[in-house]
Write a protein that binds this ligand. Sequence first.
Ligand code: UDP
Length: 336
Amino acid sequence: MRKRQVLISGGAGFIGSHLCDYYIQRGYKVWCIDNLCTSSIENIKHLGNLSDFKFIQEDLITFKTSLLKHKFDMVFHLASPASPPDYFRLPLETLKVNSLGTEKMLEIAKMSEAKFLFSSTSEVYGDPTISPQPEIYWGNVNPVGPRSVYDEGKRYGEALVMAYHRKYRVNTRIIRIFNTYGERMRLNDGRVIPNFIAQILDSKPLTIYGDGKQTRSFCYVDDLIKGITKMIEVDYHLPVNLGNPDEFTILQLAEVIQKITGIKAQIEFLPPLEDDPKQRRPDISKAKELLHWEPKVSLEEGLTKTLNYFRSLVPPPQWNRKQKKGGCRNETGRIR
Ligand code: UDP
């Protein structure tokens, strides 16, 4: 019997690599395309020798789809820089992978008559004026601010997906992922959870941008993967929020990290980031109703697992060093 084939762009990334694992474990043949721009070969090393796993190290923008001779059953488009420092230093790559890259993945899905899933983001809501954010909220986005390359890139991607669905009847889905964390995040990716963990393990102060009263809702990666894999199975084409509705201020997050590590850290307040959303919390009523899904892992539990992962990676003196370079990475700090 023919094995079911799955194509995952960004499959060497933090979330993408967990998705590769999920389908490999269930007997699928998994094709992963990734330029290792913000991801790591380490995330998929354990799959490397499997005949059912194929890794294509290519940039989606220049990749010739004619090289893919296979018909896919499912196509997931996850490739994109996703942490603010990454998309600040890779603005054009971010815009292209969410526009041209999305179009390329849609074309592949169209030719294969595959189910298609686009990973959008809570950033499409910008700095929301309502909370929690339901899918019907159109957002409050600065179209020319530093975050716009990501926010508008994803908004364009969503529009393109809907156009392919409406014009060509491609069997599409859109998920809006809220802040997700867990094993295989880069310790130096600049997002708040890896930053705090790296800082506390390195006996450095926890850096808080602004007054720390801004909120985020953090979803553990295993919960998210369950949501994504349920989403691809349902016949629903409008966007669906996937995230954990438990909302924390960044100051509260700093407290939880101190509690689980048992380390009392200094807090260093730094100037706020431009256009940093003040609040973010998903309304997951749609996901509950449609997918019978909701996150199960508490912040403390998920952070403990994540902490153990980071601890297992490298010996203490290297916790805060930069990782090996991948494809288009050029090293810069956080842009403020
Ligand atoms: N943040 C912070 N200190 C850090 C990193 C981030 O205070 O070292 C704040 C950031 O300003 C934002 C929140 O934490 O308000 C979440 O930031 P992150 O980069 O993780 O993701 P975002 O939700 O902004 O995409």
